[in-house]
Design a protein around this ligand. Structure first.
Ligand code: 0PR
Length: 355
């Protein structure tokens, strides 16, 4: 019998700009056991469906919601699309729009395009957070949702969620929080971001980012059943007669892996990770500043700094997997796999290149 050739996946040693990370080992093992179960057909695959319920309950705990509705999505992109879709389906307008800060993830551009909703992006303030006056000016009677980001992709900033929620609800729109990246860090900070901090309607919160779960595991949470019902379509020939997810067949691995990671790490493990990640980001920002490099203060464990394009390219050549913000700054995401030693070695390469 011919054997399958084993390929070695890239290791994480020099990956500094990704929002994925090494999963918790037990979560990885658990994920493999559920690779063929399909939570998209919960009446047939009952075990994995139960696990999904438990995972949503735990996500609710993390996000400050007692009786959470929702499901495990493929990632933040799907959760954001679904939030916009639910808001559009519940609203009564022929010309729906959504309002989001320009710092919002590009998945909202996809959402607007596939759902035929107008995306109104508004400027951020000097601190890279949604400008409230600009949001107020952009909403109108056709606004179906306002989006705030709790942990932005480029600078790790947290939008003023309670104030945005007020603007959204005053306009008769839903409030969606994109905590895809920040959701597993923010419970250990003083930021106001969660269902407990403001009457938000829905949230994206991804176990496969800072939740240290295997990919794919995103989280879509809603305060009310109505939001999930607005997404349901009939599935006449399945054992389960309706489906609210965007994808059909889904990976049971995502569900089982996410639950295992959250059971292992919530809350003490995540708190310890957050502290280490933030300490690493503060260290890196301090080292950049000491070298006279303009650095954006890391509110969450994400450091942006101005580097000459030639230096950036030389670091890439040296094997570092790094990326840039839209305005060209180096961007380093201090995920759990990014160690102090790796950062020190990165700085040594930086010094060698700049000397
Ligand atoms: N919302 C926010 C705030 C995000 O940062 C991201 C992903 C998403 C939504 C979308 O999540 P999914 O990619 O799970 O659908 N931000 C990362 C980024 O664009 C995604 C990523 C992850 C990119 C790992 C590269 C990588 O190696 O940078």
């Amino acid at each position: 019998m011919q054997r399958v050739r084993r390929r070695t996946p890239q290791d994480f040693d020099r990956v500094l700009s990704s929002m994925c990370t090494v999963p918790h080992p037990d979560a990885q093992e658990e994920a493999v056991r559920f690779l063929s179960a399909n939570p998209g057909d919960p009446a047939t695959y009952q075990t994995v469906a139960e696990l999904e319920g438990e995972a949503v309950d735990l996500l609710g705990k993390i996000a400050g919601l007692d009786r959470p509705e929702g499901y495990l999505a493929s990632g933040g992109t799907e959760a954001n699309i679904q939030a916009v879709r639910a808001a559009r389906n519940l609203a009564e307008t022929d010309a729906p729009n959504i309002v989001a800060p320009e710092s919002a993830h590009f998945s909202l551009t996809k959402a607007a395009e596939v759902l035929d909703v107008e995306l109104r992006t508004v400027p951020v303030d000097d601190g890279y957070r949604a400008n409230l006056d600009a949001v107020s000016a952009a909403v109108d009677a056709d606004t179906v949702a306002v989006i705030g980001v709790a942990g932005t992709t480029e600078y790790g900033r947290v939008d003023p969620i309670p104030a945005l929620t007020e603007i959204a609800h005053d306009a008769g729109a839903k409030m969606h929080v994109d905590a895809s990246w920040g959701g597993f860090l923010l419970p250990f900070t003083d930021h106001e971001w969660s269902f407990a901090d403001a009457p938000i309607d829905s949230m994206a919160i991804d176990p496969h980012k800072c939740g240290q779960a295997p990919v794919p595991a995103g989280g879509f949470l809603a305060r009310d059943r109505e939001t999930v019902d607005a997404l349901a379509v009939d599935t006449p020939y399945l054992e389960t007669t309706s489906q609210a997810t965007l994808t059909g067949t889904r990976s049971g691995a995502g569900v089982a892996g996410a639950l295992a990671a959250m059971e292992a790490l919530w809350p003490a493990g995540y708190r310890a990770s957050y502290r280490d990640q933030q300490a690493n980001a503060d260290y890196l920002a301090g080292e950049f500043s000491a070298r006279g490099i303009d650095t954006v203060d890391p509110v969450l464990p994400l450091v942006a700094a101005s580097l000459a394009p030639s230096t950036f390219e030389a670091l890439r050549e040296a094997g570092w997997r790094i990326s840039r913000t839209a305005t060209g700054e180096l961007r380093i995401v201090c995920m759990p796999h990014v160690t102090r030693e790796a950062l020190a070695s990165f700085l040594a390469d930086l010094d060698r290149i700049r000397s």
